[in-house]
Design a protein around this ligand. Structure first.
Ligand code: 3YP
Ligand code: ZN
Length: 424
């Protein structure tokens, strides 16, 4: 049964929060709803962990996540020799994520979230998924006066940057710990730098350590879970977890991404894992141009059936907002309502398979103006709280179309759908 209550905040009209631990439906103004209305709302499965029942959403942000120094180039390092002019605002400048944090605050949503502090991950936490040479190299380059690069020449970090990367991995761990221990029912960790391209032996694509893989390994090796699913809706391929968990059946890694965007040589449907891990790597490459129709079809046809077949104890989401229509680093057409609907699907799925255990970790997203609205929509769905904030860009972006599922998108998704039958 659900109870709805409303409360006023100083900044927004009102919040509606659904809480799931009381046995009847009522609202705070005292009007108990009629039985007929009660029976219309199916009772969600109650999240019950360690005897605790909660309906709180955890939230992680740290000031240092806004201090990553991505350098003076725009995407490539600035260089007189190659005539790439300094621009002062790298495409992955942390302001985009800080602006999302500020919308969470200004909308009033933050008042409904349980803020959790991140700690720096330990060396042992990192070495569950990375080799020591990578860890040592990051620490050594971080000690240089101007910092270094995580591994591929387009992933710069500044002096002391290793501490922010460790704090991002530690934020992912804390979010997982809080959810698995039942302190909160689900969580959004707005961490930075991102992680999903980082492989066992190198950083890549703005990522230093693979926060999601580190959190999954923590859940398996420290918290004792047996099955973790990673759902990666960042527009780029989740190659890092694919590399790290290639031979593991303890992690189901599903990546929905723009076909051959980045990395351009991975993310194909025929990459399915190796040995015991065969079948537990699942790639859903989408043609460029897809919007909510393509994504919702991919979720309904592939992601949800795959996760249901796998029955994980925890779902980790690699949550990038770079599939948005405003993003400079991909060519998809998602809007905030599309991300909201994907989040809703995963909240419902987690209630069905993992007692509500769902942890979203921030990955990419490079539109400083639009990422905040996408993130707010997702976190509202996790919390079951609507602040009443409307996406101010909907009138202009909604008019651009792109939401219907097209035949070539359906065909691409259906080809991935046949792979679900190998998951057990
Ligand atoms: C890394 C270099 C070119 C594309 C870019 C992608 C980073 C990202 O958002 N990954 O999820
Ligand atoms: Zn991305």
């Amino acid at each position: 049964m659900r109870v709805a209550f409303c409360c006023h905040s100083t900044l927004t009209s009102f919040h509606v929060k659904e809480i799931t631990h009381l046995g009847r439906t009522a609202d705070v103004f005292g009007a108990v709803l009629a039985d007929a209305e009660i029976s219309r709302t199916p009772a969600p499965k109650l999240p019950e962990r360690n005897g605790l029942m909660t309906s709180t959403t955890g939230y992680i942000w740290n000031t240092l996540y806004g201090w990553t120094d991505t350098g003076s180039g725009g995407l490539l390092p600035s260089s007189v020799d190659s005539l790439t002019q300094p621009i002062g605002h790298h495409v992955a400048h942390p302001d985009t994520k800080r602006r999302l944090h500020e919308l969470i605050s200004a909308s009033g949503l933050i008042d409904s979230l349980e803020q959790i502090d991140a700690q720096q991950a330990t060396e042992a936490d990192i070495l569950r998924v990375h080799d020591k040479a990578h860890y040592d190299r990051i620490l050594a380059e971080s000690a240089l006066p101007k910092g270094g690069d995580a591994g591929d020449g387009v992933s710069p970090f500044g002096n002391g940057g290793h501490r922010i990367a460790l704090l991002a991995a530690g934020g992912a761990i804390e979010a997982v710990r809080a959810v698995v221990e039942g302190q909160v029912s689900n969580a959004y960790a707005l961490i930075n730098p991102p992680g999903h391209h980082a492989e066992r032996s190198t950083g890549r694509g703005f990522c230093t350590f693979n926060n999601g893989a580190i959190a999954a390994a923590y859940a398996l090796e420290v918290l004792g879970l047996k099955r973790v699913a990673i759902v990666d809706w960042d527009v780029h391929h989740g190659n890092g977890a694919q590399d790290i968990f290639r031979e593991s059946a303890e992690v189901l890694n599903i990546s929905v991404h723009q076909d051959r965007c980045f990395p351009s040589d991975s993310g194909f449907r025929d990459e399915r894992g190796e040995g015991e891990g065969f079948g537990y790597t699942l790639n859903v490459p989408l043609p460029p141009g897809g919007g909510s129709g393509a994504y919702e079809y991919a979720f309904d046809t592939v992601v949800l059936p795959a996760v249901r077949a796998y029955q994980p104890e925890l779902i980790i989401v690699a949550s990038g907002f770079d599939a948005s229509i405003m993003d400079p680093l991909a060519r998809m057409m998602m809007r905030s309502d599309g991300f909201r609907s994907l989040a809703r699907k995963l909240v419902d799925l987690s209630a069905e398979v993992s007692e509500g255990r769902l942890v979203c970790l921030q990955e990419g997203g490079y539109s400083p103006m639009y990422v905040p609205f996408c993130g707010l929509a997702v976190i509202e769905e996790l919390a079951g709280v609507h602040t009443g904030t409307s996406d101010a860009y909907t009138p202009i972006l909604g008019a651009m179309g792109g939401d219907e599922l097209l035949d070539h998108e359906r065909e691409a998704v259906d080809l991935a759908g046949v792979l679900v039958s190998d998951i057990h």
